[in-house]
Design a protein around this ligand. Structure first.
Ligand code: ZN
Ligand code: ZN
Length: 170
């Protein structure tokens, strides 16, 4: 099991060393049930942030420390000013961090990219499609073909309302 606290400290240090200033993170937690989501960053009304990391990242020996830190830094960057979306400043910071430390931080990371299999939350069938909203970065996983997987270009994002789904076949 990886040392969560140590990974957090190292990640924060690496981000700060580049002159990037994270927001006020008041809570870090481990999600025991998360299967499709590696990390989550929530902004509170008082402008503080809470970050959740999938327990699997810490317990699965096949997932490297580096891969785990990529998720942690991905979420830390969301706490910076104007960084809740995966575009603009967040994207810029991610590129800087990737370049300096050789990370591979991006909007969506599949299980196979982390060295483990991909899972859908409802069953153990592997995820076949990953859709990402080109506007807000919302992610949808599908394991079977459906109207949505075929005609996704006509569907609106439920989070931001944009018609901008990008499809990736896993
Ligand atoms: Zn994100
Ligand atoms: Zn969206």
């Amino acid at each position: 099991m990886k040392d969560f606290q140590k990974l957090i400290e190292e990640s924060l240090e690496e981000v700060r060393r580049l002159g990037i200033r994270p927001g006020n993170i008041v809570a870090w937690s481990v999600n025991k049930r998360a299967k499709t989501r590696w990390g989550l960053c929530r902004q509170n009304p008082d402008n503080t942030f809470e970050i959740q990391i999938a327990q699997r990242l810490l317990t699965d020996e096949r997932i490297s420390r580096q891969s785990c830190k990529e998720t942690i830094i991905h979420e830390i960057l969301h706490t910076c000013k104007d960084c809740m979306k995966h575009t603009g400043k967040w994207k810029h910071y991610a590129q800087v961090v990737n370049q300096v430390y050789g990370y591979n931080i991006k909007r969506v990371t599949t299980g196979s990219e982390k060295g483990v299999e991909d899972y859908d939350s409802s069953s153990s069938l592997p995820v076949k499609y990953i859709f990402t909203c080109g506007c807000c970065g919302a992610t949808i996983y599908r394991k079977r073909e459906s109207r949505f997987t075929k005609y996704y270009r006509q569907y609106r994002c439920t989070r931001c309302g944009a018609v901008a789904w990008e499809k990736k076949v896993v």
